[in-house]
Design a protein around this ligand. Structure first.
Ligand SMILES: [Zn+2]
Length: 322
C-alpha cells in the first residue's frame, strides 16, 4: 500500500506553485511562509537520533496556539507511538518535533497548505510535495514525517517523499486523519513498509495481481514473508532450519507458537509469515516479534547507534507477545 509522490505530480505542483506565485520571488515567499517549529521531545543531536516531525494539514491559525488543537494532536499521537514496542523501548533514541503549518481551511473543506485529498475512499494523500519540503526546512532533517490531517473523515496512506532521501530510500511520510486512533495505527503499518522494509501480511486476492511474485528461485525481500518454496513446514526442526526467522525458534518461550502461518503478501496460500497476529496483517494489532526486531534495527540505523539483536531480544522477551 505504499504510495510514492511521482516526478510528474511534483512537476505539476511546481508549475501550479509558480503560476500562483506570479511576480513574487520564491525566496520572499519561502521566508514569509516559514512555519514555527516546536520540540515535543529533544534528547540529542539530529545525527544521533531518529528525528520525527509532525506536520499538520488543515489546521487554521486558531488551531496553532501553544495549547491549540494541533499541539494537542501531536501530543496525543506521539504519546501513542511511544506506548508501543519497539518505539517505547528505544524512546531515548528519538527526537520529536511539530511544525506549525497554517492552512486557510480545515482539510477537505477548501484550500489547505499541503492540499490533502482523498484519492479514493480512505486513501488520504497530499498534493503539494514542494510545500511539504518547504515546511520541513523549518525543522531538523527528519527520518520520519507524519502528515497529520485535520479532518473528521478517517483514512491515511503510506506516502513517501521522493525529494528527500533517507538511508537510500524516499523519506517515509505517511498521512493520517487526526480524527481517530485507527487512522494513526494505519500510518504505523505504513511505516513498517517505508521505514523498515516490511511486507504486507494480509490476504487480499484482488490486490495480489498488482504485486507479482519473484521469479528465478528468488524469495520475497521482506524479513517477515517467505515463499513456500523457501520454507519446509514439515516440523519445528525443519522450520527452524529453513525459515528466515528460524533463530527465533531457539529463544525462551518460542514453543508456544508454530512460527509458520500460511497467508501473506495478499495471497491465501504459497506465502508464509512468522506469527498469527501482527500489525502488518491487521492494523489494530501490535507488531509481531519478527517485525518488531526489523523496526528496532531500522531505528538503530537511523540513529547511527550500534545494533545488537541479542540485546534487543533480551529487552523484548517472547512472553510479551500474546
Ligand atoms: Zn509481522
Amino acid at each position: 500500500m505504499q504510495r510514492k509522490v511521482t516526478t510528474a505530480s511534483v512537476l505539476a505542483s511546481l508549475v501550479l506553485l509558480c503560476l500562483a506565485l506570479g511576480p513574487v520571488s520564491l525566496g520572499e515567499e519561502e521566508e514569509e511562509k516559514k512555519p514555527r517549529v516546536r520540540a515535543w521531545r529533544e534528547t540529542g543531536p539530529a545525527e544521533e537520533r531518529v528525528d520525527i516531525v509532525f506536520v499538520g494539514d488543515g489546521y487554521q491559525r486558531r488551531h496553532l496556539t501553544r495549547t491549540g488543537k494541533f499541539w494537542r494532536d501531536v501530543n496525543r499521537y506521539a504519546r501513542e507511538l511511544f506506548e508501543e514496542r519497539p518505539f517505547s523501548t528505544y524512546k531515548k533514541l528519538f527526537n520529536v518535533y511539530g511544525v506549525f503549518l497554517e492552512s486557510k481551511n480545515v482539510a477537505l473543506k477548501g484550500e489547505t497548505a499541503l492540499g490533502c485529498y482523498y484519492a479514493s475512499p480512505r486513501l488520504l494523500r497530499f498534493r503539494d510535495a514542494k510545500a511539504l519540503v518547504r515546511a520541513l526546512a523549518a525543522a531538523p532533517p527528519p527520518d520520519i514525517v507524519f502528515v497529520m490531517v485535520n479532518t473528521e473523515e478517517m483514512g491515511g496512506a503510506g506516502t513517501s517523499l521522493g525529494e528527500i532521501q533517507r538511508r537510500g530510500r524516499p523519506l517515509p511520510a505517511p498521512t493520517f486523519s487526526a480524527r481517530d486512533t485507527i487512522s494513526f495505527q494505519t500510518a504505523l503499518h505504513e511505516l513498517g513498509h517505508s521505514f523498515a522494509g516490511l511486507g504486507d501480511e494480509y490476504v487480499d486476492e484482488r490486490t495480489a495481481g498488482r504485486y507479482p511474485l519473484p521469479t528465478e528461485g528468488r524469495d520475497l525481500p521482506h524479513a517477515n514473508l517467505t515463499l513456500a518454496a523457501h520454507i519446509d513446514v514439515t516440523s519445528r526442526e525443519t522450520i527452524r532450519a529453513t525459515a528466515k526467522w528460524g533463530r527465533f525458534l531457539d529463544l525462551p518461550g518460542a514453543k508456544r507458537w508454530s512460527w509458520a502461518h500460511e497467508g501473506g503478501y495478499f495471497r491465501g496460500s504459497g506465502v508464509f509469515r512468522p506469527f498469527r497476529r501482527c500489525r502488518m496483517r491487521t492494523v489494530s494489532d501490535v507488531f509481531c516479534p519478527v517485525c518488531c526486531e526489523q523496526i528496532a534495527k531500522a531505528i538503530h540505523e537511523a540513529a547511527g547507534a550500534p545494533w545488537s539483536p541479542e540485546e534487543h531480544l533480551e529487552k523484548h522477551p517472547l512472553r510479551k507477545w500474546r
